[in-house]
Design a protein around this ligand. Structure first.
Ligand code: ADP
Ligand code: MG
Length: 419
């Protein structure tokens, strides 16, 4: 059962709201994905030539991110609403004057390696070294350097400390080498580092949000057209993130099963991806119950992202809050990627005065929730949610009050480095 209604809706919406969603590629612009993947990072002879003198100290910052709406829509070529956070990772360092790289983090053990011998080690340093390798392969002349990372983000809590680490490294390397890339190319380069060097199969949302974010704005990403826009976020609203203290298990079969169900639904509906499906077409097709519910979640999420974007434009946070709560119900019932702990957190949050809505954020199967709440009362609300969660579950209930912050592109004035 084919329907082009939602595509029409998305295209209509894109053209009205954002203008041309597919800007023509600039001639001569760099295509990361088409770049040949070389075996060695930097030829030894080349590495020797690049032993620069010790340089002055440089620093760069990249934020973490939170998914506001658009759950599992990325691999269905759909749309996502996220925000860069006012929490992130800072890198400070300088060229060393030799051919080695020395990396330190307040969160992990020191790692040193040679420029000519950059390979994955299964260590935290794979994230920054993956970015170094991708820069080198793209043609950057990278000198030996040392760098120190500090972070205000909880590590491994679903707020994308990994993308913050990569993007901070990329911004630092741009400053260190003068090697300029457009922000989308930089986001793809960082994702490639995580996919190919670290070996984690993440989508583009984390790196895009960490790069393109803007203070007081949400970030809209269209995963098919790669259009990115920032949308004003209500001044009087905060995002409260509460960790369930239950680890997400995306490496398990659940994630792959959800993907397969979505692809199966698209096949049965005769569309190339669930982005092109409507709820009317879905109801008409009479799919098996499980496939129907999985698809209904994705179709609903795409629709909620569009409605939320319009609500934000209209300065209507109540609608955004309702859509977030609707999203969680769909996760619980249709996509079944919630957990009893996440359900409890959402239920507690929704019962607290000043909360407009709440939902699980990220892949699900554990991790954190995000609640939309009045900024002036956010600290009190966060304490109330965390305290009640601790009382009812025995888990600590760690809460963070966040506002949308600048992404790395703005925070480091990277545009000024265009040559
Ligand atoms: P998330 O991205 O949601 O925080 P991930 O599991 O994707 O969770 O990434 C967490 C990993 O990233 C950590 O285990 C560590 O290897 C690395 N990491 C992130 N931030 C830092 C940091 N500041 N210092 C050292 N390693 C870090
Ligand atoms: Mg991550």
């Amino acid at each position: 059962m084919q329907s082009n209604l939602p595509t029409a809706h998305l295209q209509y919406w894109e053209s009205v709201f954002f203008g041309n969603p597919r800007p023509p590629k600039k001639r001569g612009s760099f295509e990361i994905e088409k770049h040949p993947f070389k075996k060695s990072v930097i030829p030894r002879s080349h590495a020797r030539e690049m032993c620069y003198t010790k340089g002055m100290s440089l620093s760069a910052f990249a934020p973490g991110r939170v998914e506001i709406l658009g759950n599992h829509t990325d691999y269905n070529e759909g749309v996502v609403l996220s925000a860069a956070l006012n929490l992130g990772t800072t890198i400070s360092g300088a060229a060393r004057g030799d051919c080695s790289i020395l990396l330190r983090s307040s969160e992990a053990t020191e790692v040193s390696t040679s420029l000519a011998d950059i390979r994955p080690s299964g260590n935290w340093s794979d994230y920054p070294l993956g970015v170094v390798k991708m820069f080198a392969e793209a043609g950057a002349d990278i000198p030996g350097f040392e760098a120190n990372f500090t972070s205000t983000l909880p590590v491994g809590a679903g707020l994308s400390s990994s993308a913050a680490l990569e993007v901070a490294t990329a911004a630092f390397l741009m400053k260190l080498t003068g090697f300029y890339r457009e922000p989308m190319d930089l986001a793809k380069l960082c994702r490639r580092a995580e996919n190919e060097f670290v070996g984690v199969n993440c989508g583009l949302l984390d790196q895009v949000t960490s790069l393109f974010g803007e203070a007081e704005h949400a970030v809209f990403l269209d995963c098919r057209t790669e259009a990115v826009r920032t949308i004003p976020f209500p001044e009087d609203m905060a995002l409260i993130i509460v960790d369930s203290d239950v680890k997400h298990a995306l490496t398990g079969g659940e994630y792959n099963e959800r993907r397969e169900s979505c692809f199966e639904a698209a096949r049965r509906l005769g569309v190339s991806a669930l982005r092109d499906a409507t709820s009317a077409a879905l109801d008409y097709a009479q799919l098996p119950d499980l496939i129907h519910r999985r698809a209904a979640h994705i179709v609903g999420e795409n629709d909620r992202v569009l409605r939320a974007t319009e609500a934000l434009q209209a300065g209507n946070p109540e609608v955004l809050g309702k859509l977030m709560s609707e999203s969680h119900r769909s996760s619980r019932i249709n996509f079944e990627n919630s957990t009893p702990e996440l359900d409890l957190l959402v239920e507690i949050a929704e019962g607290v005065n000043g909360v407009l809505g709440a939902r699980l954020t990220g892949g699900g199967f554990g991790g954190a929730i995000v609640a939309l709440a009045n900024h002036s009362e956010a600290e009190r609300i966060a304490k109330e949610i965390a305290g009640s969660y601790h009382e009812h579950s025995g888990h600590p209930g760690t809460a963070l009050v966040c506002r949308p912050g600048d992404g790395a592109w703005r925070a480091n004035s990277l545009d000024a480095r265009r040559q």
